[in-house]
Design a protein around this ligand. Structure first.
Ligand SMILES: [Zn+2]
Length: 73
């Protein structure tokens, strides 16, 4: 190996140019497997947040529609 580098996450030694920058911290070099895993975690967290936002938007819409409807009844 020319530049053996320990993964900041799992400790695995990898060749520096085969490593990746951590999606969570660009200055941190981690191995490819950890980078993939981190990216999947980030995608999952983003989807969870998106779903929560959609639900709270929908709840607000329902509440506002019910209040408006009540004005007519
Ligand atoms: Zn790793």
């Amino acid at each position: 190996m020319e530049m053996p580098t320990p993964c900041n996450n799992c400790g695995e030694i990898f060749e520096l140019h085969d490593g990746r920058r951590s999606p969570r911290g660009k200055a941190i070099m981690i191995c490819e497997a950890c980078a993939d895993e981190e990216q999947e975690e980030i995608d999952r967290e983003e989807e969870i947040q998106e779903l929560k936002d959609q639900i709270s938007d929908a709840e607000y819409t329902l509440k506002a529609a019910k209040e408006r409807l009540a004005d007519f009844l």
